[in-house]
Design a protein around this ligand. Structure first.
Ligand code: ZN
Length: 443
């Protein structure tokens, strides 16, 4: 109702206005449109035409704006729809990748990459699918094409570096990873990858520097410990690769004194002294190491040094000290063995009896010392001329679940008959006496 009244009032107002305009401006006026054409209308009509033309222009501009706005909205809706469709293909591709269906993942990701070539993540996933199918060359081509388009993106370079390593091209891996690490200086992961590539290429000096930088960046304790082990390992390898024996020895000594729990440098130095016939030098190294960090592996090497030199009794002092400071049965088993070798059979028997009593008292929770005990008891029986008993015990020791006085890698649980500096799993200094490990696991 109100609207109607408003419209009537508006019509009356406009009508009245027009009537007044014509009333006061009814006289004719000529407007020339050219040399020979002209229009003669009342002045009021001219005014109305001018107002009408102005209003039409305003309305036209408004309409044009509305049309272009709705066209823009339509275009962005279409773009969003297209992006959603590509995203769906990409997500399906990634899902297949996680599910291990690499063939189908590759097809979907290739389609997504074709439709949206500027998306780096899709290229990385596509390269991963090729890699999983064993097509390393194809994966590399995809990554290189992505690099040409996206430039030296750290994630891309890291993938290229790892791929080059997998293809056995450490040189290319170093180039890519070096570039990635210089673009993203705060990434411990990149530095770790670069360190591995440099070490694989024998460039230990730079590898050690990179390993040190990575150690400074690692925050999480377990990763920090791993970074430290890697740093020590690469420095150890660097010392071994040194052509000048004096420089090599100096570096090994520095490492051994810096980190007494990291055994490879000490074991290497002692082995070098032993190989040179320098029993006293090796003895000094072992004693020094045992004072700073009692270790089963060092004790065993120390005992073996003197046993091989025909003087097992020389090892007794440090062995007794180790027994006093350790709760592990390992040192006492070795002490008993050394006592047998030194002809101190009564003392050996006593030590063995103590160990048996303890392991019985501990029951099932005790360490499994059976192979070592059988071996030492067999050697004791042999020394006493009790051949039948010796044969029985030594056979039992030889056929036991594990080799007596053997070693286990603390990282991968591989075992070795003798202590070794590095494991097939890539760890350095990870081997520890199995008899110690058994007790640790049992407790
Ligand atoms: Zn291992």
């Amino acid at each position: 109702m109100l609207r109607r009244i408003a419209i009537i009032l508006l019509v009356l107002f406009v009508g009245g206005g027009v009537a007044l305009l014509f009333h006061f401006n009814g006289h004719p006026t000529t407007v020339n449109l050219g040399e020979k054409s002209s229009i003669e209308l009342p002045t009021a009509a001219h005014i109305l035409i001018a107002i009408g033309l102005g209003a039409s222009l305003v309305i036209l501009a408004g309409m044009l704006r509305a049309v272009s706005g709705s066209f823009g909205r339509w275009r962005s809706r279409r773009r969003a729809k297209r992006a959603a469709a590509v995203d769906k293909i990409r997500q399906e591709g990634r899902h297949r990748l996680w599910a291990g269906d690499f063939q189908s993942a590759g097809k979907k990701l290739a389609r997504a990459a074709e439709k949206e070539p500027q998306d780096l993540e899709t290229h990385l996933a596509l390269a991963r699918s090729r890699e999983e199918l064993g097509d390393l060359e194809g994966a590399q081509k995809i990554l290189e094409a992505a690099r040409a388009q996206h430039g030296p993106h750290p994630q891309l370079l890291s993938r290229l570096g790892n791929l080059a390593m997998a293809r056995g091209n450490a040189g290319a891996a170093i180039d890519a990873l070096r570039e990635a690490a210089s673009a993203q200086t705060e990434s411990p992961r990149l530095l770790s990858e670069l360190m591995a590539a440099l070490a694989a290429e024998g460039q230990y000096a730079e590898a050690a520097d990179v390993a040190r930088r990575r150690l400074a960046l690692e925050r999480q304790p377990a990763r920090r410990e791993q970074a430290k082990q890697d740093w020590l390992a690469v420095r150890y390898r660097s010392a071994l690769a040194q052509n000048d024996p004096k420089k090599a020895n100096d570096e090994l000594k520095r490492l051994a004194s810096e980190e007494p729990t990291f055994l490879p440098p000490l074991m290497e130095l002692a082995a070098r002294a032993r190989a040179d016939g320098d029993v006293r030098g090796a003895d000094r190294l072992y004693r020094d190491a045992l004072r700073r960090h009692p270790s089963g592996a060092v004790l065993e090497r120390f005992q073996s040094l003197h046993a091989a030199a025909g003087e097992p009794a020389r090892a007794l002092g440090p062995l007794r000290n180790a027994c006093g400071s350790s709760t592990s049965p390992g040192p006492r088993l070795l002490l008993a063995r050394t006592l047998v070798a030194a002809g101190k059979l009564e003392a050996a028997e006593e030590t063995l009896a103590d160990l048996s009593r303890e392991s019985t008292a501990k029951g099932r929770a005790g360490a499994d010392i059976a192979p070592e005990r059988d071996l030492v008891s067999g050697e004791l029986a042999l020394s006493r001329g009790n051949d039948r008993e010796a044969a029985k015990l030594l056979l039992r020791a030889a056929t036991a679940r594990r080799t007596p006085f053997s070693y286990t890698c603390q990282d991968c649980r591989r075992t070795a008959r003798e202590w070794i500096a590095s494991c097939e799993c890539g760890a350095y200094g990870s081997y520890d006496w199995s008899v110690n490990g058994t007790e640790k696991e049992a407790v």
